[in-house]
Design a binder for this molecule. Structure first.
Ligand code: NAP
Length: 332
């Protein structure tokens, strides 16, 4: 397969430290160029990572005929506008999560997505630990699914951070609540019917800093999650079935350089004594994500989740925010 020639839209931290190094490990991805609003920043990132070209504007990158696909890790309010600009230039786009600020905004991608490939960068679905956990659920080993519990938190009160800026799509729900929603849809393999949320906002930033929610997936299946941008760093997924439970130890930020673990427990002993650990060899979910998108561009294997999946996820995030306003259950 001819490697896909990638252009990187901005010097965003996630791109510079995780996604681009992951892609550069792969023979399927050729990272050709990076662009920044400041040419010096683009040059510095290009030099650091060994990327050939550096552009001083996003538009210059999109005009480069040598580029097949764009990775878009801009602040959330620029996901849709710059994905549309890239699509208009004939480039495929792997866009960071959340794909938009609202589902209506994400709908604007519909037409462009008929011309080029557009997908949301939920790297977690590419990690073998998620895929194995779902295989175990499908096998029936933990019985019928009843509930999921998800926690995801970190502590960040930097007023300059994009997560603490309300006007550019900040807040914990869009930043990490989106992972809880995607996890529920992935492991229950269905869509929630209705949701209710409790949201605490930072008084100075105006963004949601702690969000808890209940989601009704029907057939007696419930998901409860808490995400916070101002709590001790922690992350976990628990899936409870009638006969067993699966716990994913580091479900979202799985390290690219050390093995990870999940636990399967039949509940025969309290605590963790009856839990069986399954260890996964080192895997870089960002490399795997870049490879999957590159294969889809070259027609070797279609994407498991495309832009329509991203819109479904946004609809749920919208419903959670409506619930904050109404203090009531909201249909999705
Ligand atoms: N999948 C994951 O694991 C993961 C992890 C973290 C973040 N993310 C997502 O990735 C995106 C970027 O997150 P990040 O933490 O890497 O952000 P970041 O370091 O703040 O980078 C955002 C970049 O966007 C550019 N930019 C353009 N307009 C801007 C504006 N008005 N304000 C600030 N920056 C602006 C800047 O690049 P230039 O100066 O070079 O133009 C900046 O470096 C977000 O959508 C986030 O949700 C995903």
């Amino acid at each position: 397969m001819q490697p896909v020639r990638w252009g990187i839209l901005s010097t965003a931290k996630i791109g510079r430290t995780k996604v681009v190094p992951g892609m550069m490990k792969s023979p399927l991805c050729d990272v050709v160029a990076v662009a920044s609003r400041a040419e010096g920043s683009a040059r510095a990132m290009a030099d650091e990572l060994g990327i050939r070209k550096a552009y001083g504007s996003y538009e210059a990158l999109l005009a480069d005929p040598e580029i097949d696909a764009i990775y878009n890790p801009l602040p959330n309010h620029l996901h849709v506008p710059m994905t549309l600009a890239a699509a208009a230039a004939g480039k495929h786009v792997l866009c960071e999560k959340p794909i938009a600020v609202t589902a209506d905004e994400a709908e604007q991608l519909r037409q462009a997505a008929s011309q080029v490939l557009i997908a949301e960068a939920f790297m977690v679905r590419h990690h073998p630990q998620w895929q194995r956990a779902r295989d175990i659920i499908r096998s029936g080993e933990i019985g019928e699914l009843r509930a999921m519990q998800i926690a995801f938190s970190y502590f960040n009160v930097d007023p300059g951070n994009i997560r603490n800026k309300a006007d550019i799509g900040g807040g914990g729900l869009l930043d990490i609540g989106c992972y809880a929603v995607v996890a529920g849809r992935y492991f229950f393999e269905s869509e929630p019917l209705r949701v209710v949320s409790l949201i605490d906002r930072d008084p100075a930033f105006g963004v949601d800093r702690t969000t808890s929610a209940l989601m009704n997936f029907g057939a007696g299946r419930q998901l409860a999650f808490t995400v916070s941008t101002q709590a001790v760093p922690y992350q976990r997924i628990q899936v409870l079935g009638t006969k067993g439970r699966i716990e994913i130890e580091i479900p979202f930020n799985a390290p690219p350089d050390t093995p990870t673990r999940i636990f399967v427990d039949d509940g025969s002993a309290h605590g963790t004594r009856s839990a069986r650990a399954i260890e996964f060899p080192t895997a870089d979910q960002y490399q795997l994500q870049g490879e999957a998108f590159s294969r889809a561009i070259r027609g070797a294997r279609p994407l498991d989740y495309g832009w329509e999946d991203a819109i479904l996820n946004m609809r749920i995030l919208d419903a959670l925010r409506r619930s904050e306003a109404t203090s009531a259950w909201e249909k999705v």
